[in-house]
Design a binder for this molecule. Sequence first.
Ligand SMILES: O=C(O)CCC(=O)C(=O)O
Length: 500
Amino acid sequence: MLLKHCTSTNSLLTAMTKAKQRQKHFAHKPDSGGGGDMVTRTAKPVSYSKPASSQNHWHSRHRFQMTLLLSVLVALISILAIVYWVEIIRGTALLVATVKALLYRPAPKPIEYLLGDNILPKAQKKPKYTGMQREFVDPNSASLHKKFALDFKQVQRIRLHNMKKYSFNYSVYGIDRRANLSLQEFRDVYDGKWPVLITDVIPKWPAAKWTGQYFATKFGNDRATMKAVDEQYPENNQNIGITMSLFHQHIHDVTPKQWTYIGDEIFIPMRPELYSALGDIIYLEEDFYKLFPPEIRPWDAMMLWGTANSYSSFHMDPYNWSGTNAVLWGTKRWKMYPPGQDDYFYVMSGIHSHFPMDCFKYNSQLNAYNIDHVEYPMFTYGRSVDFDQHAGELLLLPTGWYHQVYNLEETFAVSSQWMNRNNYRVILEEIFKVNKQLRATLPEDVDDYSPEEKVKAIFRNLPQDIIQKGRDETWFLINQLQMTQDEMDQKGYHLPFNWK
Ligand SMILES: O=C(O)CCC(=O)C(=O)O
């Protein structure tokens, strides 16, 4: 209506101004009958002046929303910072330490730094342990209903204290070679605490007489799981079932970059003649693994037959168990890392071990014997106990230690593991980590039971699917080894180094 009478911008402005004045005038008389109508009609143009106030309204509404959003964000960040302050400080410190390690490689500190209070670079003021913690909780009084982790430093204090009971001249930060070691001294000083080499056990085993020729003759057509590694062309790497005779025939056809390694969990356990030739180890007299239902009990005599230059992965053992390694011939070079140094090892997460009972696998991709300091700068801080293990020596290695083995020459060993009063709580925690439902099945009063009864209680109500998985895993291994050469060819498997 108004626009109809307007012929120019000027007249429009004049009309708007007049309308505004009228609106002001009538605005003071809102109840004035027909005037109200007038306001309605003449107020229309006033809508041109409305944007300012509605914009203000829009702005203030959005400012309010933004402020609200920011406040929520700040509150959330503050809560996260309060809850995760240790991780945040630790993450920042690790970042700084990584940059430092990349810029100039710090000289490794002596291993005693791991045990004292003044340990490690700043990044490690709060060491991260796989299955370990700083506050010491006595494993035997720690409730099974709650999470548990062991304090390695406290374990070391106990070890150092216990050493005073005996007259042996211990190598506190190195490796002891022991004969006639009593069970009590083993439990006090080494079991779950520090590795030790036992020199007087294997020579008594019938298996001490085994040779490569014996395996090639007696089990020539039987297969074992072997990995073939070609470091120059890793795409050629294979995991295959190899016959004993073929493996033995090519045992010396290796170079530092091309090697093979039999690592077979069931070859020995499946053959009574071999299994019974392994003698007893008095230190493993108490073994809670025997309480596991057979379907989910870890296999306990792994054949490790490697060519010269072969090596294991850098890892901590499954279930965080304590392990044995009996060298029957050859020499193994070990690097063993006391617990508390996980941040340096680039451990892959979320990987599972193919054991009868599900558990995590703590493996790193790094090779401690040929370290790439650019890819793994933090590894420079790691401290290890280094030693060679010779034929006839039995290594007992404790829970929680990362390690890697390098075979200096053709080497044959048998490995196993144990679970007893000194490590059962750590192992149970590993089991609960993956099989969470098991903790919920425990009786209320389980903490009053003896260690042995506690372990039994866990398996009393074991779900059938866990048992079935155990069976499946074992059958998978057995089927794998029954593969013939023809089947191997059909499946496109082949050896990387012309071995046929
Ligand atoms: O002897 C080997 O190659 C590996 C042994 C090992 O790492 C272990 O028994 O946990």
